[in-house]
Design a protein around this ligand. Structure first.
Ligand code: ADE
Ligand code: ZN
Length: 355
């Protein structure tokens, strides 16, 4: 859990001239805590897998597929995202997708990645749970050994399905319990409040799994309250609708509850009409433990550093904000204490040497 002290010590913002801020954003070490691995599947790799697995995609070409990436809301994206995942059949497919993401993460100076996966999207098509988890896990192991990226998996339940199906998914995954660190809740938010999953989250809590949930992406502040008080999550994914409720803002700030915010996702899914109107700076300045993340980078126009660069350019945040966001990302991660301290030390050294 993130430390209550606020604000964390940060370097003087004036020490970094505005024209060098992009270089600092790229170079600083950081963690990514909100990435759906199926949302990192680039069209080129998707078509390659469709070819080798003999799966028919409803698009004629990579270009035709990219043209379809023009979303009005979360559901219009999810329809295409689930169709894209249909090419994933074999352990090697899951490995290749995850490895491609981890190489991109390394290039963005990501030290730690906590990666969501949606097993129900695959088991519903007859892919065994073990195939999914083994492929993703092997890529994470290789990344630790050869890329220096520390990666861990978080199993997400699809909230448009029933709690009973979530329980079945948990049962199927439990023989592989040592290969994921927690559970999350994703997919269509409105109409599927967190409390629908109260019992399965209580069971996961008993099992010692970490708990996170998407809440307040499109859904109301009430969903953030119930993620906190009913599901008892340790992080809120998105949470940007919280700014509509002053009492909720106070609660989130007081608890230093991490919010894994995804700027380009919010833009592409029309949560905010323009990046300049995004409320991340307001949330951060109100003392919330905000982090920056890419959500589904193959669909939303960029990986983690692109999210940092574009949201900083649009909102005028400075080096002090950059430090707080990167530090929050490590403090909010589920990595062990020693690793978090080491990465924060690297972050401090990066800022100290950046004169
Ligand atoms: N699954 C993948 N991306 C998602 C998002 N942004 N919200 C909810 N579910 C998702
Ligand atoms: Zn998400």
């Amino acid at each position: 859990m993130i430390a209550p002290a606020f604000p964390p010590s940060s370097p003087p913002a004036h020490a970094v001239p505005a024209e060098r801020l992009p270089e600092l954003l790229r170079r600083m070490p950081k963690a990514e805590l909100h990435i759906h691995i199926e949302g990192s599947l680039e069209p080129e790799l998707m078509f390659e897998m469709a070819r080798r697995n003999d799966v028919q995609l409803p698009y004629a070409s990579v270009d035709a597929l990219r043209t379809a990436y023009d979303f009005d809301n979360l559901q219009s994206f999810l329809d295409i995202y689930y169709a894209g995942a249909s090419v994933l059949l074999h352990e090697q497919d899951f490995y290749d997708m995850c490895w491609a993401y981890l190489e991109r993460a390394r290039a963005d100076n990501v030290r730690r990645a906590e990666i969501f996966f949606d097993p129900q999207t695959h088991t519903a098509r007859g892919v065994p749970m073990r195939t999914v988890i083994d492929g993703l896990h092997r890529a994470c192991e290789d990344a630790r050994a050869t890329l220096g990226v520390d990666a861990a998996l978080i199993l997400c339940f699809l909230r448009h399905l029933s709690e009973e199906e979530a329980f079945e998914t948990l049962e199927a995954a439990l023989p592989l319990r040592d290969r994921f660190i927690g559970v999350g809740l994703d997919s269509s938010e409105v109409g599927h409040p967190p409390e629908k999953f109260a019992r399965v989250f209580a069971r996961c809590r008993e099992l010692g799994l970490h708990l996170v949930a998407h809440a307040g992406e499109e859904g109301p502040p009430a969903y953030v309250w119930s993620a906190l008080d009913v599901l008892r999550v340790e992080r809120i994914d998105h949470g940007v609708q919280s700014s509509k409720d002053p009492a909720l803002m106070q609660r989130l700030a007081q608890d230093r509850m991490p919010l894994t915010v995804c700027p380009l996702s919010n833009l592409k899914l029309c949560v905010f009409p323009q990046l300049a109107q995004h409320n991340i700076r307001e949330l951060l300045d109100a003392g919330l433990a905000v982090t920056v993340n890419s959500d589904d980078p193959a669909y939303f126009g960029g990986y983690l550093n692109t999210n940092y660069l574009e949201i900083f350019a649009a909102t005028g945040m400075d080096a002090g904000h950059a430090y707080r966001l990167a530090r929050n990302s490590f403090e909010a991660s589920f990595a062990d204490e020693a690793s978090r301290a080491r990465w924060i030390g690297e972050l401090d050294a990066c800022f100290a040497s950046f004169a």
